[in-house]
Design a protein around this ligand. Structure first.
Ligand code: AGP
Length: 615
Protein backbone atom coordinates (compact mmCIF):
# COMPACT_ATOMS: atom_id res chain seq x y z
CA UNK A 1 0.00 0.00 0.00
CA UNK A 2 2.95 2.26 -0.49
CA UNK A 3 3.99 4.20 -3.55
CA UNK A 4 7.42 3.81 -5.10
CA UNK A 5 9.19 5.94 -7.70
CA UNK A 6 12.62 5.71 -9.30
CA UNK A 7 14.54 7.44 -12.06
CA UNK A 8 17.75 6.82 -13.97
CA UNK A 9 18.70 8.92 -16.99
CA UNK A 10 19.97 12.34 -17.95
CA UNK A 11 17.55 14.67 -16.10
CA UNK A 12 17.57 15.75 -12.46
CA UNK A 13 15.96 12.87 -10.64
CA UNK A 14 14.68 14.89 -7.66
CA UNK A 15 11.77 16.83 -9.22
CA UNK A 16 10.62 13.74 -11.11
CA UNK A 17 10.63 11.63 -7.95
CA UNK A 18 9.06 14.30 -5.75
CA UNK A 19 6.28 14.98 -8.23
CA UNK A 20 5.79 11.25 -8.75
CA UNK A 21 5.44 10.67 -5.02
CA UNK A 22 2.81 13.39 -4.83
CA UNK A 23 0.82 11.58 -7.52
CA UNK A 24 1.19 8.30 -5.67
CA UNK A 25 0.21 9.65 -2.26
CA UNK A 26 -3.20 8.02 -2.70
CA UNK A 27 -1.37 4.75 -1.98
CA UNK A 28 -0.16 5.82 1.44
CA UNK A 29 0.80 9.03 3.11
CA UNK A 30 2.13 8.50 6.62
CA UNK A 31 5.78 9.04 5.75
CA UNK A 32 7.99 9.66 2.74
CA UNK A 33 11.62 9.63 1.69
CA UNK A 34 14.00 10.02 -1.23
CA UNK A 35 17.55 8.76 -1.91
CA UNK A 36 19.60 10.42 -4.65
CA UNK A 37 23.00 9.48 -6.03
CA UNK A 38 24.88 12.78 -6.51
CA UNK A 39 27.83 11.40 -8.46
CA UNK A 40 29.86 10.29 -5.47
CA UNK A 41 27.51 9.26 -2.71
CA UNK A 42 23.91 8.57 -1.73
CA UNK A 43 22.05 11.51 -0.21
CA UNK A 44 18.99 10.42 1.71
CA UNK A 45 16.24 12.29 3.46
CA UNK A 46 13.04 10.90 4.95
CA UNK A 47 10.38 11.92 7.39
CA UNK A 48 7.13 11.05 9.05
CA UNK A 49 4.33 12.93 7.31
CA UNK A 50 3.35 13.75 3.80
CA UNK A 51 5.39 14.36 0.67
CA UNK A 52 5.01 18.12 1.26
CA UNK A 53 6.67 17.67 4.69
CA UNK A 54 9.47 15.72 3.02
CA UNK A 55 10.01 18.49 0.48
CA UNK A 56 10.64 21.16 3.12
CA UNK A 57 12.85 18.86 5.19
CA UNK A 58 14.84 17.43 2.28
CA UNK A 59 15.64 20.75 0.64
CA UNK A 60 17.19 21.99 3.91
CA UNK A 61 18.99 18.75 4.55
CA UNK A 62 20.64 17.46 1.37
CA UNK A 63 21.62 18.57 -2.09
CA UNK A 64 19.03 17.64 -4.68
CA UNK A 65 21.55 16.87 -7.40
CA UNK A 66 21.73 13.58 -9.21
CA UNK A 67 20.35 11.72 -12.18
CA UNK A 68 19.66 8.52 -10.25
CA UNK A 69 17.27 8.21 -7.35
CA UNK A 70 14.42 6.41 -5.65
CA UNK A 71 11.54 7.63 -3.48
CA UNK A 72 8.77 6.21 -1.34
CA UNK A 73 5.48 7.25 0.21
CA UNK A 74 4.43 4.90 2.98
CA UNK A 75 1.39 3.26 4.52
CA UNK A 76 2.87 1.59 7.58
CA UNK A 77 2.70 -2.19 7.98
CA UNK A 78 5.77 -3.10 10.09
CA UNK A 79 6.76 -0.38 12.50
CA UNK A 80 4.93 2.82 13.40
CA UNK A 81 5.12 5.76 11.02
CA UNK A 82 8.24 7.69 12.08
CA UNK A 83 11.39 9.07 10.47
CA UNK A 84 13.44 5.93 11.08
CA UNK A 85 10.89 3.49 9.72
CA UNK A 86 10.37 5.60 6.60
CA UNK A 87 11.89 4.39 3.36
CA UNK A 88 14.43 4.33 1.66
CA UNK A 89 16.52 2.03 3.85
CA UNK A 90 20.29 1.58 3.68
CA UNK A 91 22.11 -1.71 4.01
CA UNK A 92 24.65 -1.90 6.87
CA UNK A 93 27.58 -0.96 4.61
CA UNK A 94 25.68 2.08 3.32
CA UNK A 95 26.32 0.95 -0.27
CA UNK A 96 22.83 -0.31 -1.04
CA UNK A 97 19.53 1.46 -0.70
CA UNK A 98 15.99 0.14 -1.14
CA UNK A 99 12.32 1.15 -1.38
CA UNK A 100 9.62 -1.47 -0.89
CA UNK A 101 5.85 -1.75 -1.24
CA UNK A 102 4.51 -4.91 0.38
CA UNK A 103 5.22 -7.20 3.31
CA UNK A 104 8.02 -9.67 3.95
CA UNK A 105 6.20 -12.25 6.04
CA UNK A 106 9.26 -14.24 7.18
CA UNK A 107 11.27 -11.16 8.10
CA UNK A 108 11.64 -12.16 11.75
CA UNK A 109 13.46 -15.42 11.03
CA UNK A 110 15.60 -13.70 8.38
CA UNK A 111 16.40 -10.93 10.85
CA UNK A 112 17.50 -13.46 13.49
CA UNK A 113 19.83 -15.11 10.98
CA UNK A 114 21.30 -11.79 9.88
CA UNK A 115 21.72 -10.63 13.48
CA UNK A 116 23.74 -13.77 14.19
CA UNK A 117 25.95 -12.79 11.28
CA UNK A 118 26.58 -9.37 12.82
CA UNK A 119 24.00 -7.20 11.04
CA UNK A 120 22.32 -4.45 13.01
CA UNK A 121 18.99 -2.76 12.35
CA UNK A 122 17.94 0.79 12.96
CA UNK A 123 14.26 0.43 12.09
CA UNK A 124 11.45 -1.99 12.90
CA UNK A 125 10.77 -2.63 9.24
CA UNK A 126 10.82 -5.81 7.21
CA UNK A 127 12.38 -3.78 4.37
CA UNK A 128 15.61 -3.11 6.25
CA UNK A 129 15.90 -6.87 6.73
CA UNK A 130 15.51 -7.42 3.00
CA UNK A 131 18.22 -4.92 2.00
CA UNK A 132 20.65 -6.51 4.43
CA UNK A 133 19.79 -9.95 3.14
CA UNK A 134 20.61 -8.70 -0.37
CA UNK A 135 23.87 -7.24 0.92
CA UNK A 136 24.73 -10.48 2.67
CA UNK A 137 24.16 -12.54 -0.48
CA UNK A 138 26.12 -10.05 -2.58
CA UNK A 139 29.07 -10.18 -0.21
CA UNK A 140 29.12 -13.94 0.39
CA UNK A 141 28.53 -14.96 -3.21
CA UNK A 142 30.68 -12.13 -4.54
CA UNK A 143 28.03 -11.46 -7.12
CA UNK A 144 26.40 -8.54 -8.92
CA UNK A 145 23.42 -6.68 -7.47
CA UNK A 146 20.90 -8.27 -9.87
CA UNK A 147 21.92 -11.80 -8.91
CA UNK A 148 22.02 -10.90 -5.20
CA UNK A 149 18.47 -9.52 -5.39
CA UNK A 150 17.30 -12.68 -7.15
CA UNK A 151 18.91 -15.04 -4.62
CA UNK A 152 17.60 -12.99 -1.69
CA UNK A 153 14.05 -12.84 -3.05
CA UNK A 154 14.06 -16.60 -3.37
CA UNK A 155 14.42 -16.75 0.42
CA UNK A 156 11.60 -14.34 1.02
CA UNK A 157 7.93 -15.11 1.71
CA UNK A 158 5.53 -12.26 1.13
CA UNK A 159 4.66 -9.54 -1.32
CA UNK A 160 6.83 -6.85 -2.81
CA UNK A 161 7.54 -4.27 -5.42
CA UNK A 162 11.10 -3.13 -4.78
CA UNK A 163 13.73 -0.88 -6.31
CA UNK A 164 17.35 -1.12 -5.19
CA UNK A 165 20.56 0.56 -6.24
CA UNK A 166 24.21 0.28 -5.29
CA UNK A 167 26.37 3.38 -4.97
CA UNK A 168 29.42 1.42 -6.11
CA UNK A 169 27.64 0.62 -9.42
CA UNK A 170 25.51 3.69 -9.92
CA UNK A 171 24.42 2.84 -13.44
CA UNK A 172 21.56 0.56 -12.68
CA UNK A 173 18.42 0.09 -10.61
CA UNK A 174 17.23 -3.42 -9.87
CA UNK A 175 13.47 -3.84 -9.51
CA UNK A 176 11.22 -6.82 -8.78
CA UNK A 177 7.58 -7.54 -8.13
CA UNK A 178 5.44 -10.18 -6.49
CA UNK A 179 1.94 -9.17 -5.48
CA UNK A 180 2.51 -5.39 -5.66
CA UNK A 181 2.43 -3.44 -8.91
CA UNK A 182 5.47 -2.09 -10.71
CA UNK A 183 5.65 -0.18 -13.99
CA UNK A 184 8.77 0.85 -15.90
CA UNK A 185 8.48 3.88 -18.17
CA UNK A 186 10.81 3.83 -21.16
CA UNK A 187 11.98 7.26 -22.28
CA UNK A 188 14.78 8.42 -24.58
CA UNK A 189 17.87 7.16 -22.84
CA UNK A 190 16.09 7.28 -19.49
CA UNK A 191 13.89 5.02 -17.39
CA UNK A 192 11.20 5.66 -14.82
CA UNK A 193 10.02 3.24 -12.17
CA UNK A 194 6.74 3.58 -10.31
CA UNK A 195 3.82 1.79 -8.69
CA UNK A 196 1.67 3.02 -11.57
CA UNK A 197 2.28 5.08 -14.67
CA UNK A 198 1.06 8.42 -13.27
CA UNK A 199 4.53 9.67 -12.16
CA UNK A 200 5.93 9.51 -15.69
CA UNK A 201 3.09 10.15 -18.14
CA UNK A 202 4.44 13.54 -19.20
CA UNK A 203 7.77 11.95 -20.14
CA UNK A 204 6.81 8.80 -22.01
CA UNK A 205 3.83 6.83 -23.28
CA UNK A 206 5.72 3.52 -23.34
CA UNK A 207 5.76 1.27 -20.31
CA UNK A 208 6.42 -2.27 -19.22
CA UNK A 209 4.29 -3.65 -16.42
CA UNK A 210 6.28 -6.36 -14.67
CA UNK A 211 4.35 -9.56 -14.06
CA UNK A 212 4.31 -11.23 -10.66
CA UNK A 213 7.52 -13.16 -10.13
CA UNK A 214 9.57 -11.00 -12.52
CA UNK A 215 12.52 -8.73 -11.91
CA UNK A 216 14.37 -6.27 -14.13
CA UNK A 217 17.75 -4.64 -14.30
CA UNK A 218 17.28 -1.12 -15.59
CA UNK A 219 20.56 0.20 -16.93
CA UNK A 220 21.60 3.76 -17.77
CA UNK A 221 22.38 4.28 -21.48
CA UNK A 222 21.39 0.68 -22.10
CA UNK A 223 18.29 -1.44 -22.12
CA UNK A 224 16.17 -3.32 -19.61
CA UNK A 225 16.77 -6.96 -18.84
CA UNK A 226 13.69 -8.74 -17.53
CA UNK A 227 13.84 -12.21 -16.01
CA UNK A 228 11.96 -14.56 -13.75
CA UNK A 229 12.86 -14.40 -10.06
CA UNK A 230 12.65 -18.18 -9.81
CA UNK A 231 14.85 -20.07 -12.27
CA UNK A 232 16.89 -18.68 -15.13
CA UNK A 233 14.25 -17.77 -17.71
CA UNK A 234 14.74 -14.48 -19.53
CA UNK A 235 11.52 -12.61 -20.36
CA UNK A 236 10.84 -10.65 -23.53
CA UNK A 237 8.83 -7.78 -22.02
CA UNK A 238 5.69 -6.42 -23.62
CA UNK A 239 5.89 -2.65 -24.08
CA UNK A 240 2.47 -1.14 -23.62
CA UNK A 241 1.26 2.19 -24.98
CA UNK A 242 -0.24 4.30 -22.20
CA UNK A 243 -3.62 5.92 -22.72
CA UNK A 244 -3.45 8.04 -19.55
CA UNK A 245 -3.03 11.80 -19.84
CA UNK A 246 -1.93 14.50 -17.42
CA UNK A 247 -5.30 16.20 -17.20
CA UNK A 248 -6.90 13.00 -15.93
CA UNK A 249 -4.70 12.90 -12.86
CA UNK A 250 -4.93 16.58 -11.91
CA UNK A 251 -7.65 18.31 -9.88
CA UNK A 252 -8.88 20.48 -12.75
CA UNK A 253 -10.00 23.40 -10.58
CA UNK A 254 -11.81 21.33 -7.93
CA UNK A 255 -10.80 21.67 -4.32
CA UNK A 256 -10.47 17.92 -3.90
CA UNK A 257 -10.12 14.89 -6.13
CA UNK A 258 -13.20 13.44 -4.47
CA UNK A 259 -15.39 16.32 -5.62
CA UNK A 260 -13.88 16.20 -9.09
CA UNK A 261 -14.57 12.49 -9.26
CA UNK A 262 -18.15 12.93 -8.03
CA UNK A 263 -18.67 15.44 -10.82
CA UNK A 264 -16.99 13.21 -13.39
CA UNK A 265 -19.67 10.54 -12.98
CA UNK A 266 -21.87 11.55 -15.94
CA UNK A 267 -18.92 11.30 -18.34
CA UNK A 268 -17.43 8.28 -16.58
CA UNK A 269 -20.70 6.35 -16.94
CA UNK A 270 -20.88 7.40 -20.57
CA UNK A 271 -17.34 6.07 -21.08
CA UNK A 272 -18.38 2.83 -19.40
CA UNK A 273 -21.06 2.15 -21.94
CA UNK A 274 -19.30 3.59 -24.96
CA UNK A 275 -19.24 0.91 -27.66
CA UNK A 276 -21.13 -1.49 -25.41
CA UNK A 277 -24.63 -0.08 -25.18
CA UNK A 278 -26.08 0.25 -28.66
CA UNK A 279 -29.64 1.32 -28.01
CA UNK A 280 -30.63 1.88 -31.66
CA UNK A 281 -29.72 -1.67 -32.56
CA UNK A 282 -31.01 -2.81 -29.16
CA UNK A 283 -27.85 -4.73 -28.36
CA UNK A 284 -25.20 -4.86 -25.69
CA UNK A 285 -21.71 -5.75 -26.86
CA UNK A 286 -19.23 -6.96 -24.27
CA UNK A 287 -16.53 -9.16 -25.68
CA UNK A 288 -15.57 -10.61 -22.29
CA UNK A 289 -19.16 -11.79 -21.80
CA UNK A 290 -19.72 -12.80 -25.44
CA UNK A 291 -16.57 -14.96 -25.56
CA UNK A 292 -17.64 -16.79 -22.42
CA UNK A 293 -21.38 -16.81 -22.89
CA UNK A 294 -21.67 -20.60 -22.60
CA UNK A 295 -19.86 -20.57 -19.28
CA UNK A 296 -22.13 -17.84 -17.95
CA UNK A 297 -25.27 -19.57 -19.13
CA UNK A 298 -24.24 -22.96 -17.79
CA UNK A 299 -23.09 -21.63 -14.43
CA UNK A 300 -24.95 -22.95 -11.39
CA UNK A 301 -24.46 -19.62 -9.67
CA UNK A 302 -22.39 -16.48 -9.68
CA UNK A 303 -20.18 -15.73 -6.70
CA UNK A 304 -19.12 -12.11 -6.41
CA UNK A 305 -15.96 -11.35 -4.42
CA UNK A 306 -14.86 -7.83 -3.52
CA UNK A 307 -14.04 -5.47 -0.64
CA UNK A 308 -15.42 -2.14 0.59
CA UNK A 309 -17.25 -0.05 -1.95
CA UNK A 310 -16.67 -2.68 -4.65
CA UNK A 311 -18.46 -5.16 -2.38
CA UNK A 312 -21.39 -2.76 -2.21
CA UNK A 313 -21.46 -2.65 -6.03
CA UNK A 314 -21.50 -6.45 -5.88
CA UNK A 315 -24.57 -6.33 -3.63
CA UNK A 316 -26.39 -4.11 -6.14
CA UNK A 317 -25.39 -6.62 -8.82
CA UNK A 318 -26.90 -9.46 -6.79
CA UNK A 319 -30.30 -7.79 -7.08
CA UNK A 320 -29.97 -7.07 -10.76
CA UNK A 321 -28.56 -10.47 -11.83
CA UNK A 322 -31.22 -12.34 -9.90
CA UNK A 323 -34.00 -9.99 -10.92
CA UNK A 324 -33.26 -9.76 -14.64
CA UNK A 325 -31.16 -12.79 -15.55
CA UNK A 326 -32.55 -15.20 -12.91
CA UNK A 327 -29.07 -16.41 -12.01
CA UNK A 328 -28.47 -17.17 -8.31
CA UNK A 329 -25.84 -14.85 -6.87
CA UNK A 330 -23.82 -14.87 -3.67
CA UNK A 331 -21.79 -11.84 -2.65
CA UNK A 332 -18.77 -12.46 -0.48
CA UNK A 333 -16.23 -10.30 1.29
CA UNK A 334 -13.03 -11.43 -0.41
CA UNK A 335 -11.24 -11.38 2.95
CA UNK A 336 -13.69 -13.92 4.43
CA UNK A 337 -14.09 -16.03 1.32
CA UNK A 338 -10.35 -16.66 0.98
CA UNK A 339 -10.05 -18.17 4.45
CA UNK A 340 -13.26 -20.11 4.95
CA UNK A 341 -12.80 -23.13 2.69
CA UNK A 342 -15.78 -22.21 0.51
CA UNK A 343 -17.56 -24.79 -1.64
CA UNK A 344 -16.66 -23.85 -5.20
CA UNK A 345 -16.98 -26.05 -8.26
CA UNK A 346 -16.19 -25.79 -11.95
CA UNK A 347 -19.82 -24.85 -12.49
CA UNK A 348 -19.42 -21.63 -10.52
CA UNK A 349 -18.73 -18.34 -12.18
CA UNK A 350 -16.82 -15.93 -9.97
CA UNK A 351 -16.93 -12.17 -10.58
CA UNK A 352 -14.19 -10.19 -8.85
CA UNK A 353 -14.81 -6.45 -8.56
CA UNK A 354 -12.02 -4.00 -7.83
CA UNK A 355 -11.33 -0.39 -8.71
CA UNK A 356 -7.58 -0.62 -8.24
CA UNK A 357 -7.22 -4.22 -9.38
CA UNK A 358 -4.59 -4.59 -6.65
CA UNK A 359 -6.61 -5.39 -3.50
CA UNK A 360 -4.73 -8.25 -1.81
CA UNK A 361 -7.80 -10.02 -0.40
CA UNK A 362 -9.62 -9.93 -3.74
CA UNK A 363 -6.53 -11.24 -5.54
CA UNK A 364 -6.23 -14.08 -3.04
CA UNK A 365 -9.93 -14.93 -3.43
CA UNK A 366 -9.46 -15.08 -7.22
CA UNK A 367 -6.51 -17.42 -6.87
CA UNK A 368 -8.49 -19.67 -4.53
CA UNK A 369 -11.49 -19.78 -6.89
CA UNK A 370 -9.24 -20.58 -9.84
CA UNK A 371 -7.50 -23.35 -7.94
CA UNK A 372 -10.92 -24.98 -7.44
CA UNK A 373 -11.67 -24.81 -11.15
CA UNK A 374 -14.06 -21.82 -11.22
CA UNK A 375 -13.96 -19.37 -14.10
CA UNK A 376 -13.13 -15.89 -12.83
CA UNK A 377 -14.37 -12.72 -14.51
CA UNK A 378 -12.87 -9.38 -13.42
CA UNK A 379 -14.53 -5.98 -13.24
CA UNK A 380 -11.65 -3.55 -12.76
CA UNK A 381 -10.91 0.08 -13.40
CA UNK A 382 -7.12 0.12 -13.58
CA UNK A 383 -6.01 -1.26 -16.92
CA UNK A 384 -3.26 -3.86 -16.69
CA UNK A 385 -3.69 -4.21 -12.91
CA UNK A 386 -2.92 -7.49 -11.15
CA UNK A 387 -6.59 -8.51 -10.93
CA UNK A 388 -7.17 -7.66 -14.59
CA UNK A 389 -4.32 -9.98 -15.46
CA UNK A 390 -5.11 -12.73 -12.98
CA UNK A 391 -8.74 -13.19 -14.10
CA UNK A 392 -9.79 -15.43 -17.01
CA UNK A 393 -11.76 -12.65 -18.71
CA UNK A 394 -13.24 -9.33 -17.74
CA UNK A 395 -14.65 -5.91 -18.46
CA UNK A 396 -13.02 -2.62 -17.56
CA UNK A 397 -15.12 0.13 -16.03
CA UNK A 398 -13.24 2.90 -17.94
CA UNK A 399 -13.90 5.39 -15.12
CA UNK A 400 -10.49 7.04 -15.55
CA UNK A 401 -8.07 7.40 -12.63
CA UNK A 402 -9.77 7.60 -9.23
CA UNK A 403 -7.41 9.35 -6.83
CA UNK A 404 -9.59 10.33 -3.86
CA UNK A 405 -9.37 7.53 -1.32
CA UNK A 406 -13.16 7.46 -1.02
CA UNK A 407 -14.51 5.64 -4.04
CA UNK A 408 -17.22 7.49 -5.97
CA UNK A 409 -17.12 7.14 -9.74
CA UNK A 410 -15.65 3.65 -9.36
CA UNK A 411 -18.88 2.60 -7.60
CA UNK A 412 -21.29 3.96 -10.20
CA UNK A 413 -19.25 2.67 -13.14
CA UNK A 414 -18.96 -0.78 -11.54
CA UNK A 415 -22.75 -0.85 -11.21
CA UNK A 416 -23.01 0.25 -14.85
CA UNK A 417 -20.79 -2.60 -16.09
CA UNK A 418 -22.61 -5.13 -13.94
CA UNK A 419 -25.99 -3.86 -15.16
CA UNK A 420 -24.85 -4.22 -18.78
CA UNK A 421 -23.71 -7.76 -18.03
CA UNK A 422 -26.96 -8.69 -16.32
CA UNK A 423 -28.99 -7.30 -19.21
CA UNK A 424 -26.86 -9.09 -21.80
CA UNK A 425 -27.21 -12.39 -19.95
CA UNK A 426 -30.92 -11.86 -19.40
CA UNK A 427 -31.34 -11.38 -23.13
CA UNK A 428 -29.33 -14.49 -23.92
CA UNK A 429 -31.30 -16.52 -21.38
CA UNK A 430 -34.62 -15.14 -22.52
CA UNK A 431 -35.53 -13.96 -19.02
CA UNK A 432 -36.28 -10.45 -20.26
CA UNK A 433 -38.68 -9.56 -23.05
CA UNK A 434 -37.36 -7.57 -25.98
CA UNK A 435 -39.51 -4.57 -25.07
CA UNK A 436 -38.31 -4.63 -21.49
CA UNK A 437 -34.73 -4.98 -22.68
CA UNK A 438 -35.12 -2.03 -25.03
CA UNK A 439 -36.67 0.04 -22.24
CA UNK A 440 -33.75 -0.75 -19.93
CA UNK A 441 -31.27 0.30 -22.61
CA UNK A 442 -33.06 3.58 -23.20
CA UNK A 443 -33.25 4.31 -19.49
CA UNK A 444 -29.62 3.38 -18.99
CA UNK A 445 -28.65 5.71 -21.78
CA UNK A 446 -30.40 8.55 -19.93
CA UNK A 447 -28.47 7.92 -16.70
CA UNK A 448 -25.52 10.31 -17.35
CA UNK A 449 -27.97 13.15 -17.93
CA UNK A 450 -29.93 12.20 -14.82
CA UNK A 451 -26.76 12.02 -12.73
CA UNK A 452 -26.03 15.53 -13.99
CA UNK A 453 -29.45 16.58 -12.71
CA UNK A 454 -28.92 14.83 -9.37
CA UNK A 455 -25.68 16.80 -8.97
CA UNK A 456 -27.71 20.00 -8.98
CA UNK A 457 -28.66 19.25 -5.38
CA UNK A 458 -25.08 20.24 -4.47
CA UNK A 459 -25.76 23.57 -2.70
CA UNK A 460 -28.85 22.22 -0.91
CA UNK A 461 -26.82 19.22 0.30
CA UNK A 462 -24.20 21.68 1.58
CA UNK A 463 -26.87 23.34 3.72
CA UNK A 464 -27.93 19.97 5.15
CA UNK A 465 -24.30 19.03 5.76
CA UNK A 466 -23.77 22.22 7.71
CA UNK A 467 -26.79 21.50 9.93
CA UNK A 468 -25.81 17.90 10.76
CA UNK A 469 -22.01 18.07 10.68
CA UNK A 470 -21.68 17.86 14.47
CA UNK A 471 -23.82 14.74 14.85
CA UNK A 472 -22.03 11.88 16.51
CA UNK A 473 -23.93 9.12 14.70
CA UNK A 474 -25.84 8.67 11.46
CA UNK A 475 -28.16 5.91 10.31
CA UNK A 476 -28.65 5.13 6.60
CA UNK A 477 -31.65 3.09 5.52
CA UNK A 478 -32.69 1.65 2.17
CA UNK A 479 -34.55 -1.34 0.79
CA UNK A 480 -34.02 -3.67 -2.15
CA UNK A 481 -31.68 -2.15 -4.71
CA UNK A 482 -31.10 0.77 -2.37
CA UNK A 483 -30.05 -1.23 0.66
CA UNK A 484 -26.45 -1.45 -0.68
CA UNK A 485 -26.61 2.29 -1.37
CA UNK A 486 -27.41 2.84 2.33
CA UNK A 487 -24.31 0.81 3.23
CA UNK A 488 -22.24 2.81 0.77
CA UNK A 489 -23.55 6.14 2.09
CA UNK A 490 -22.59 5.13 5.64
CA UNK A 491 -19.13 3.96 4.52
CA UNK A 492 -18.48 7.26 2.72
CA UNK A 493 -19.37 9.26 5.82
CA UNK A 494 -17.27 7.09 8.15
CA UNK A 495 -14.15 7.08 6.05
CA UNK A 496 -13.81 10.79 5.37
CA UNK A 497 -15.55 12.53 8.28
CA UNK A 498 -14.84 9.91 11.01
CA UNK A 499 -18.48 10.11 12.15
CA UNK A 500 -19.94 6.78 13.17
CA UNK A 501 -22.56 5.69 10.66
CA UNK A 502 -24.45 2.49 10.01
CA UNK A 503 -26.27 1.32 6.93
CA UNK A 504 -29.27 -0.97 7.39
CA UNK A 505 -32.09 -2.48 5.36
CA UNK A 506 -34.98 -0.15 6.29
CA UNK A 507 -37.18 -2.99 7.54
CA UNK A 508 -34.45 -4.37 9.78
CA UNK A 509 -34.45 -1.14 11.77
CA UNK A 510 -37.16 -2.40 14.08
CA UNK A 511 -35.02 -5.42 14.97
CA UNK A 512 -32.47 -3.36 16.83
CA UNK A 513 -31.20 -0.03 15.45
CA UNK A 514 -34.52 1.67 16.24
CA UNK A 515 -33.30 1.75 19.85
CA UNK A 516 -30.66 4.27 18.78
CA UNK A 517 -33.16 6.78 17.46
CA UNK A 518 -33.71 9.98 19.39
CA UNK A 519 -33.77 13.67 18.52
CA UNK A 520 -29.98 13.65 18.07
CA UNK A 521 -29.96 11.01 15.37
CA UNK A 522 -30.02 11.98 11.68
CA UNK A 523 -31.47 9.14 9.60
CA UNK A 524 -30.87 9.22 5.88
CA UNK A 525 -33.65 7.24 4.21
CA UNK A 526 -33.64 6.30 0.54
CA UNK A 527 -37.30 6.41 -0.37
CA UNK A 528 -37.59 6.57 -4.14
CA UNK A 529 -41.00 6.03 -5.72
CA UNK A 530 -40.45 2.49 -6.96
CA UNK A 531 -39.34 -0.38 -4.80
CA UNK A 532 -41.33 -0.87 -1.60
CA UNK A 533 -42.05 2.84 -1.38
CA UNK A 534 -45.04 2.49 0.95
CA UNK A 535 -43.12 0.23 3.30
CA UNK A 536 -40.26 2.72 3.46
CA UNK A 537 -42.72 5.53 4.16
CA UNK A 538 -43.97 3.46 7.12
CA UNK A 539 -40.39 3.14 8.33
CA UNK A 540 -40.07 6.91 8.09
CA UNK A 541 -43.21 7.26 10.24
CA UNK A 542 -41.55 5.01 12.84
CA UNK A 543 -38.46 7.23 12.90
CA UNK A 544 -40.55 10.37 13.16
CA UNK A 545 -42.52 8.91 16.08
CA UNK A 546 -39.19 8.59 17.90
CA UNK A 547 -38.12 12.14 17.03
CA UNK A 548 -35.29 11.10 14.70
CA UNK A 549 -34.17 13.69 12.14
CA UNK A 550 -35.13 12.50 8.66
CA UNK A 551 -33.21 13.27 5.48
CA UNK A 552 -35.12 11.64 2.64
CA UNK A 553 -33.66 10.80 -0.76
CA UNK A 554 -36.78 10.89 -2.91
CA UNK A 555 -37.98 10.82 -6.49
CA UNK A 556 -38.50 14.26 -7.99
CA UNK A 557 -41.96 15.59 -7.17
CA UNK A 558 -42.50 13.35 -4.13
CA UNK A 559 -44.89 14.90 -1.63
CA UNK A 560 -45.55 12.17 0.95
CA UNK A 561 -42.00 11.89 2.28
CA UNK A 562 -41.62 15.66 2.06
CA UNK A 563 -44.50 16.01 4.51
CA UNK A 564 -42.73 13.79 7.04
CA UNK A 565 -39.03 14.49 6.60
CA UNK A 566 -36.92 17.34 7.91
CA UNK A 567 -35.24 17.58 4.51
CA UNK A 568 -35.71 15.84 1.19
CA UNK A 569 -33.19 15.64 -1.62
CA UNK A 570 -34.71 14.88 -4.99
CA UNK A 571 -33.28 12.63 -7.68
CA UNK A 572 -34.79 12.12 -11.13
CA UNK A 573 -37.14 9.23 -11.72
CA UNK A 574 -35.74 6.05 -13.27
CA UNK A 575 -36.21 2.28 -13.21
CA UNK A 576 -35.87 0.75 -9.78
CA UNK A 577 -32.92 -1.34 -10.97
CA UNK A 578 -31.04 1.78 -12.07
CA UNK A 579 -31.95 3.93 -9.07
CA UNK A 580 -28.67 3.22 -7.15
CA UNK A 581 -26.86 5.17 -9.88
CA UNK A 582 -28.82 8.26 -8.83
CA UNK A 583 -29.54 7.84 -5.12
CA UNK A 584 -25.85 7.42 -4.37
CA UNK A 585 -25.03 10.92 -5.70
CA UNK A 586 -26.51 13.02 -2.82
CA UNK A 587 -24.98 10.60 -0.31
CA UNK A 588 -21.52 11.16 -1.81
CA UNK A 589 -22.05 14.93 -1.68
CA UNK A 590 -23.35 14.79 1.89
CA UNK A 591 -20.32 12.95 3.21
CA UNK A 592 -18.01 15.18 1.18
CA UNK A 593 -19.41 18.44 2.56
CA UNK A 594 -19.61 17.19 6.15
CA UNK A 595 -15.93 16.22 5.95
CA UNK A 596 -15.05 19.60 4.43
CA UNK A 597 -16.97 21.47 7.16
CA UNK A 598 -15.18 19.43 9.80
CA UNK A 599 -11.85 20.32 8.23
CA UNK A 600 -10.91 16.73 7.47
CA UNK A 601 -8.45 15.66 4.82
CA UNK A 602 -11.02 14.49 2.30
CA UNK A 603 -8.72 12.92 -0.28
CA UNK A 604 -6.38 11.32 2.22
CA UNK A 605 -8.37 10.28 5.29
CA UNK A 606 -6.45 9.01 8.28
CA UNK A 607 -5.38 5.37 8.45
CA UNK A 608 -6.59 4.60 4.92
CA UNK A 609 -4.96 4.07 1.56
CA UNK A 610 -6.43 3.89 -1.89
CA UNK A 611 -5.39 0.39 -2.74
CA UNK A 612 -5.13 -2.12 0.05
CA UNK A 613 -2.34 -4.39 -1.11
CA UNK A 614 -1.89 -6.03 2.30
CA UNK A 615 -4.19 -8.45 4.12
C1 AGP B 1 -14.00 2.98 -0.62
O1 AGP B 1 -14.34 4.29 -0.48
C2 AGP B 1 -12.82 2.51 0.02
N1 AGP B 1 -11.80 3.41 0.19
C3 AGP B 1 -12.53 1.02 0.02
O2 AGP B 1 -13.56 0.43 0.72
C4 AGP B 1 -12.34 0.31 -1.34
O3 AGP B 1 -13.53 0.29 -2.04
C5 AGP B 1 -11.82 -1.11 -1.07
O4 AGP B 1 -10.58 -1.04 -0.43
C6 AGP B 1 -11.72 -1.94 -2.33
O5 AGP B 1 -10.81 -1.40 -3.23
P1 AGP B 1 -10.75 -1.88 -4.73
O6 AGP B 1 -12.05 -1.55 -5.36
O7 AGP B 1 -9.62 -1.11 -5.32
O8 AGP B 1 -10.51 -3.35 -4.71
Amino acid sequence: MCGIVGYIGHRDAYPIILNGLQRLEYRGYDSAGIALYDGTDIKLSKTKGKVSDLKSKLENEISTEGTLGIGHTRWATHGVPNDVNSHPHYSNSGDLVIIHNGIIENYESLKKELTKRGYTFKSDTDTEVLINLIEDVKKNDDTKLGKAVQVALNQVVGAYAIAVFDKTKPNEIVVARLGSPLAIGIGEDEFFIASDASPFIEYTKNAIYLEDGEMAIVRRHKDIKVRKIKGDAIVDPYVQELKLNLEQIEKGGYEHFMLKEIYEQPSAILDTFRGRLLSKEAIIKMSGVEDNMKKFLNADRIIIVACGTSWHAGLVAEYIFEDLARIPVEVEYASEFRYRNPVITEKDMVIAISQSGETADTLAAIKLAKSKGAFVFGVCNVVGSSIARETDAGAYTHAGPEIGVASTKAFTTQITVLTLMALRLARAKGTISSSDFRMHLLELEMIPQKVEEALKSDSYVQTIADIYKDSKNFLYLGRGYNFPVALEGALKLKEISYIHAEGYPAAEMKHGPIALIDEQMPVVVIATKKGHYDKVVSNIQEIKARKGKIIGIVTKGDESVKALADFVIEVPETLESLSPLLTTIPLQLLSYYIAVYLGKNVDQPRNLAKSVTVE
